[in-house]
Write a new protein. Structure first.
Length: 216
């Protein structure tokens, strides 16, 4: 019975499709009743993850129902596991265009979050598209250079995960940089659903506080 219930389970939102440089891409999109003027969050799952399951795992839409949320789907990388790289930059651009131009969302309140390899890609976006993004959430990953635009950042990592020393040092650098919430947690490299609400609250309370991102 549990297996049947699992097969029948459908997460919130709709799976939507785009052609990006001739390649099919998709994301699970959860929209508020009125998307015009809504804040935007674009989420990138970890290596081997799926957008379909990230909807409930990250639950941004549940903790911030006013937001337009894209749970983006990565492509298979080495070994067949889904992952992210700088080659996905045009996909981010397409999702941003969709949010702003098709749905009328607010370009000055566009946030990005990622877990593991998704967090590392979010860091790449800070360096490459930082002027277009209002804030970031890094979970068990992330990158940062002091030459990048000042942006608020939420950082979470497990104290016993392999990357903990690097992420602890990253947290110290980010704290010296500006508006940062560093959230170490017990445990290893797993997604901390217990922090979903605090992550969403961090984004909510940063609306309009960062320098206004540039429009397209």
């Amino acid at each position: 019975m549990l297996w049947v219930a699992f097969l029948q389970y459908v997460p919130a939102g709709v799976t939507e499709h785009w052609a990006v440089n001739g390649h099919p891409r998709e994301a699970r999109v959860v929209s508020p009743l009125v998307s015009k003027g809504a804040p935007v969050v674009i989420c990138f799952h970890g290596g081997g993850g799926q957008a379909y399951f990230a909807v409930d795992e990250y639950a941004i839409h549940k903790n911030w129902p006013e937001a337009l949320v894209y749970y983006a789907q990565g492509l298979p990388g080495r070994g067949g596991f889904t992952t992210w790289s700088r080659a996905d930059l045009p996909f981010f651009d397409e999702l941003r265009r969709d949010a702003i131009h098709r749905r009328g969302a607010d370009p000055s309140h566009l946030f990005v979050m990622g877990y593991s390899t998704g967090a590392n890609f979010a860091g790449d976006l800070w360096g490459l598209r930082g002027s277009q993004i209002a804030g970031f959430a890094f979970v068990s990953g992330g990158r940062f250079e002091s030459s990048w635009p000042h942006r608020p950042v939420y950082l979470s990592y497990g104290e016993s995960e392999p990357e903990a020393p690097r992420l602890r040092a990253l947290g110290k650098r980010l704290k010296a940089f500006g508006q940062t919430s560093v959230n170490p947690r017990a445990g290893a490299h797993t997604y901390p659903q217990s922090q979903n609400n605090s992550l969403a609250e961090f984004f909510k309370h940063r609306q309009g506080l960062a320098s206004t991102p540039k429009p397209l």
